[in-house]
Write a protein that binds this ligand. Sequence first.
Ligand SMILES: *[C@@H]1O[C@H](CO)[C@@H](O)[C@H](O)[C@H]1NC(C)=O
Length: 141
Amino acid sequence: MTFNANTILTATVFAFTMTSVYGAAFRRTCYTAGTVGNECAQFVNNFCSRLEGNVAFRNNLARCYNTPNFKCDFGAFYEFPLTSGSTSPATPAKGSCVDTLTNVTNTCGGFGGFGNTAGGAFTFTLDPNQGQCGQLEAPGN
Ligand SMILES: *[C@@H]1O[C@H](CO)[C@@H](O)[C@H](O)[C@H]1NC(C)=O
C-alpha cells in the first residue's frame, strides 16, 4: 500500500466513522445448533486486537484457535458498504469486533453467532466447531 495523503484522509474518515458506531444497537444472530464452545470467549480480545490491514469488499479476515476438545473459528467479513457508500478496501474496527463478539459470547449459549454494530461495514463471526484448526474444514458452516 502506498502511504500518501489520500490514505491518511481515508483512515481518518474511517476512524471517525468507527467511533460513531460503537456501543449502538447490534444486529446479532445466534447459531442454534452445532458445537457448544463457551471456551471460545477467551479468544475474542486476541482476535479483535489482531485485525490489521485492508480487506477487499466481500472478503474476510479469519483466524482459528484450538481448545483441547474443539476449535474456535473467528471471522471479520466486509459485508456492507462503508457509511460513505464506498466499497473501498477497509480495516475492520476493533471496537466493533469486541462489542459484537462479546454480545455473542454472552447471549448465544455457547453456540456462537455473528453480527455487527449499527452502521458497521464488517460482520464478525464466532463459530465453535469440532476438530482442531486445519481439520474438518466446513466453509460456510
Ligand atoms: C446483544 O444484541 C442483541 C441484538 O441486538 C441485543 O438485543 C442485546 O441487548 C445485546 N445484549 C448484550 C448483553 O449486549
